[in-house]
Design a binder for this molecule. Structure first.
Ligand code: NAI
Length: 333
C-alpha cells in the first residue's frame, strides 16, 4: 500500500524501514504534522500513518477521505486525537498500536520521580558550575511512602510493581479495577487517593471523564507538598491549576512528560525561536518542576514494536484480515 507517514523524525524512518522489509509497503515520509493545511500532502495515498500530535478532526478526515485515504494507521496507543465517529461515518478504518512497551512509559515515570525527589537535574548543572552546595537538593526516602496510581492498565500496573519494589504503599483508582493487579495494590475512591498519596502518577487515557481530572478541586484535596507526575496525556491536568498549586506550595514537585498544548511545542527544535506559550514558560521557571517532551515511549524496544505493529496493521487492512488492531467508537481491539 502507498502510505503517507506524517510527523516523521529520523528515528521513525530507521525503525519503519527496518520493519517494512517484511511488508514492502511504499512509505513516503513527510516531516509535516498532519493538520487541515497539510492534509492535501496525502492526496491519492490510500493510507496515512499518524502520531500523537497529528490532528485527525472532522475537517482533516473529510479532506483525507475526499483525496482517497481509507486507512488511518496510528503509530500510537492513544487515539484521543481522532474523531472516531466521523471516521466511521466516512467509512475510514482507524488502527493503532495497542501496546508497544508499557515498561518504557512506567520506567520513565519512575525516572521523573527519582530525579525530582533528589533534584539530580539541578545537581547536574550545579556540579558543572563548580557549585557543590546541597541546599535545595533535599529529598525523601521513597521507602514507606504512599504512591497513588490513577489508571491501572498496562502501564499503571507495571509502575505499581516498580514502586512496590522501592517499599512504597500503592493506592490505585480505576473505574475498571484490573484482575491482574497484585494483592499490594489497594483500590480506593479518588478522594481517598488524593488525600493519602505522597506521590500521584497519572496513567489513565484522555477521555471526556479524565479531561482536567487534576483541577483546583482535586489539588485542594491533596497532601501539602505532594509530588504529581503525568506521563498520560496533557489535558488530564489543568495547567493553570497546577501553576497555582506550585505557587502556593501545595504541589511540592511536578513531573510532566505531556502538556496540554504540547502540539505546538513538542518533537521540534524551537531553540532559535521565541516561545509564545506563557503558561508553558511559567512552568519552566519553577525549581521543582521537571518536564520532558513526550519521551516516555522513546526506547528502542518500543520503537521496534510500534513500527512492526503499524506495518502489520497496514498489511492486515490490505488483506482484509481480522488481525487489524482496529479502533471504533464503541470497540477497541
Ligand atoms: P490501558 O488502556 O492499558 O490502561 C488505561 C487504564 O486507565 C484502564 O485500566 C482504564 O480503565 C483506566 N481509566 C479509564 N478512565 C479512567 C478514569 N476516569 N480514572 C482512572 N482510570 C481510568 O492504557 P496504557 O497502555 O496503560 O496507557 C495509559 C495511557 O498512557 C494512554 O492512554 C496514553 O494516554 C498514555 N501513554 C503515554 C505515553 C508517553 O510516551 N508519555 C506512551 C503511551 C501511552
Amino acid at each position: 500500500m502507498r502510505i503517507a507517514v506524517f510527523s516523521t523524525k529520523p528515528y521513525d524512518r530507521i525503525f519503519l524501514d527496518q520493519a517494512n522489509q517484511a511488508h514492502q509497503h511504499q512509505l513516503v515520509y513527510l516531516d509535516a504534522r498532519l493538520t487541515a493545511e497539510t492534509a492535501t500532502l496525502a492526496s491519492e495515498f490510500s493510507g496515512i500513518c499518524a502520531f500523537v500530535n497529528d490532528k485527525l478532526d472532522r475537517e482533516v478526515l473529510q479532506l483525507l477521505h475526499a483525496n482517497g485515504t481509507r486507512l488511518i494507521a496510528l503509530r500510537s496507543a492513544g487515539f484521543n486525537n481522532v474523531d472516531l465517529a466521523e471516521a466511521e461515518r466516512l467509512g475510514m478504518t482507524v488502527a493503532r498500536v495497542p501496546a508497544y512497551s508499557p515498561h518504557a512509559v512506567a520506567e520513565h515515570a519512575v525516572a521523573l520521580i527519582l530525579s525530582l525527589n533528589r533534584m539530580t537535574f539541578r545537581a547536574y548543572n550545579r556540579i558543572r558550575e563548580g557549585n557543590f552546595s546541597l541546599d535545595g537538593l533535599l529529598g525523601f526516602d521513597l521507602y514507606g511512602k504512599t504512591v497513588g496510581v490513577i489508571g491501572t492498565g498496562k502501564i499503571g500496573l507495571i509502575f505499581a510493581d516498580i514502586m512496590h519494589g522501592f517499599g512504597c504503599r500503592v493506592l490505585a483508582h480505576d473505574p475498571f479495577p484490573s484482575a491482574d493487579a497484585k494483592a499490594f495494590v489497594r483500590y480506593v475512591p479518588l478522594e481517598q487517593l488524593f488525600e493519602k498519596a505522597d506521590i500521584i502518577s497519572l496513567h489513565c487515557p484522555l477521555t471526556p471523564e479524565t479531561h482536567h481530572l487534576i483541577d483546583d478541586a482535586a489539588i485542594a484535596q491533596m497532601k501539602q507538598g505532594v509530588m504529581l507526575v503525568n506521563t498520560g496525556r496533557g489535558r488530564v491536568v489543568d495547567t493553570h491549576a497546577v501553576i497555582d498549586g506550585l505557587k502556593s506550595g501545595k504541589i511540592g514537585r511536578l513531573g510532566l512528560d505531556v502538556y496540554e498544548e504540547e502540539e505546538n511545542l513538542f518533537f521540534q527544535d524551537l531553540s532559535q525561536r521565541v516561545i509564545s506559550d506563557d503558561q508553558f514558560m511559567r512552568l519552566t521557571t519553577f525549581p521543582n518542576v521537571l518536564i520532558t517532551g513526550h519521551q516516555a515511549f522513546f526506547t528502542a524496544e518500543a520503537l521496534t514494536n510500534i513500527a512492526e505493529t503499524t506495518l502489520a496493521n497496514i498489511s492486515a487492512f490490505e488483506q482484509g484480515s481480522g488481525t487489524l488492531n482496529r479502533v471504533t467508537v464503541d470497540k477497541v481491539v
